[in-house]
Design a binder for this molecule. Structure first.
Ligand SMILES: *Cc1c(COP(=O)(O)O)cnc(C)c1O
Length: 468
């Protein structure tokens, strides 16, 4: 038995994997990873894979990065963890100072959670609680965009709209207001991203005009709807939204959990719109992809609405056991050092251009509707019919074929349904980008070549897809 098989069998005897139909592993081998270095992951049999999805979008400076490793090693000898209520420590103070400095002016307070979903819970609760504290208890609903994703906990699912993740749990969810997304995939032929996103804003304007008295906040994934299939839109939408939120007295929550830290080409996506949200949620790349940590930044106005004598009971009494963990903060500080010292945002421009040129030919593919890109995220959407952009039935799992082909070639590409995407660590080389493009092209050829026969029951849902 190979070492991979050995570890796979032990794994499958006791683990229940995230976002997985475990029965798939009767056919689909699990890949046990022994070590990582830079963009490479290596399995127990010594086969190597380029991590083209940054291990679920978290890794930015490669696996086992010496600079981040060292910072964590130094920290673990000093202080591994301490309660953050009534106590504090240097890494969390330094990190907060740096995040306040790095993010748009006016985001002056940092509240920590320990993963993206719980960071969204913090922002939602804080916004609702703010309105309660200032005497507007009617403001308790949230406005979200169609096809959005904000995490897996119940309130986070409530403001999400990817059927695959939320449909089953509908009965548990909050009552939210959903507005059509400014996503440019279905824009009329010949229309620019800007014109389309601007036109789509009319729906948001109408929703806010009608409901603002009962709305606490609008929550968006700025520029890229990640889990919804790497769908993209123009920054003009965010500018119009900021202006409308001000006009109607509604908070704006930016979920930059996936897009923060350079993914869209600027350090934060909101910079491209020149705006400051009321809540900025960060996680994923915050620690370079090492440890779970999330930060919810907000304004002094919000902070002051909670600041009062204890007996008024206005405090935000929310906590997570590992809030502000020193090891995670140390990893985050090392990550921010690398951004600064290596001028990463500037250096990424060449890599982004290489991603574009290496995949440009795919736009001509008979089963590719679009190759789209925002900074260091690039997506290729496979379709059954190019002219009408008709998607493949989700039951055919075309993306899975790309995944399997890529694995055999030594790349970890994990499509979202029929959307093949690259979201690589920023330490990838131009040649490695070319290799990924080659593997993706082959995979797309294979995945779209033949008719796939699957039993699709009459009346089956069409809006599901494979998870990423
Ligand atoms: C991943 C993600 C989340 C959830 O973060 P977790 O750490 O997985 O809970 C929330 N919002 C967006 C946009 C994400 O991509």
């Amino acid at each position: 038995m190979s070492l991979n098989d050995h570890w796979m069998q032990r794994d499958l005897a006791v683990l229940w994997h995230p976002c997985t139909q475990m029965k798939d592993h009767e056919q689909l081998p699990l890949v046990p990873i022994r070590r990582g270095e830079g963009v490479w992951l290596e399995d127990f049999d010594g086969k190597r894979y380029i991590d083209a999805v940054s291990s679920w979008w978290v890794n930015v400076f490669g696996h086992s990065n010496p600079r981040i490793n060292q910072r964590i090693k130094d920290q673990v000898d000093q202080l591994e963890h301490v309660i953050l209520a009534g106590f504090s420590h240097a890494p969390v103070i330094e990190l907060s100072e740096r995040l306040v400095k790095l993010t748009p002016a006016g985001l002056d307070r940092v509240f920590y959670a320990d993963n993206g979903s719980s960071c969204i819970e913090v922002a939602l609760k804080m916004s609702f609680h703010y309105w309660l504290n200032v005497g507007q208890p009617a403001k308790k609903r949230f406005v979200t965009l169609s096809n959005s994703y904000h995490g897996e906990t119940v309130a986070a699912m409530s403001v999400g709209d990817v059927a695959l993740f939320t449909d089953t749990y509908k009965a548990l969810l909050l009552d939210t207001l959903k507005v059509p997304s400014p996503d440019c995939f279905h824009r009329p032929e010949g229309m620019s991203w800007e014109a389309h996103s601007r036109a789509m804003f009319a729906h948001m304007e109408q929703c806010l005009a009608e409901h603002h008295r009962e709305v606490a906040a609008v929550i968006v994934e700025p520029l890229i709807q990640g889990a919804g299939g790497m769908r993209m839109y123009h920054p003009i939408y965010l500018r119009l939204l900021r202006e409308a939120c001000d006009r109607y007295g509604v908070h704006l929550i930016h979920d930059e959990i996936a897009v923060g830290f350079g993914r869209t080409g600027t350090m934060f996506a909101c910079e491209q719109a020149g705006i400051r949200p009321d809540f900025l949620c960060l996680s994923k790349a915050l620690t370079g992809g090492y440890l779970p940590l999330a930060a919810c930044l907000t304004t002094d106005t919000v902070y002051q609405a909670f600041y009062d004598d204890y007996s008024t009971l206005r405090a935000f009494l929310h906590s997570h056991s590992y809030t502000g963990n020193p090891l995670a903060c140390a990893a985050a500080l090392a990550t921010l050092d690398i951004f600064e010292q290596d001028d990463v945002i500037e250096a990424n421009k060449a890599l982004a251009a290489r991603m574009a040129s290496a995949t440009a030919h795919l736009a001509e593919h008979a089963h590719v509707a679009e190759v789209r890109q925002t900074g260091m995220a690039l997506a290729v959407e496979m379709v059954q019919d190019k002219a009408s952009k008709t998607t493949y039935p989700w039951q055919e799992r075309r993306g899975l074929k790309v995944f399997q082909h890529a694995l055999s070639r030594g790349a970890l590409l994990r499509p979202l349904g029929s959307v093949v995407y690259f979201l690589p660590p920023y330490v990838i080389s131009p040649e490695q980008i070319d290799f990924l493009a080659e593997v993706a092209s082959e995979g797309i050829d294979i995945a779209t070549r033949d008719a796939v026969s699957v039993a699709v029951p009459r009346g089956a849902r069409t809006d599901f897809r494979d998870p990423g």
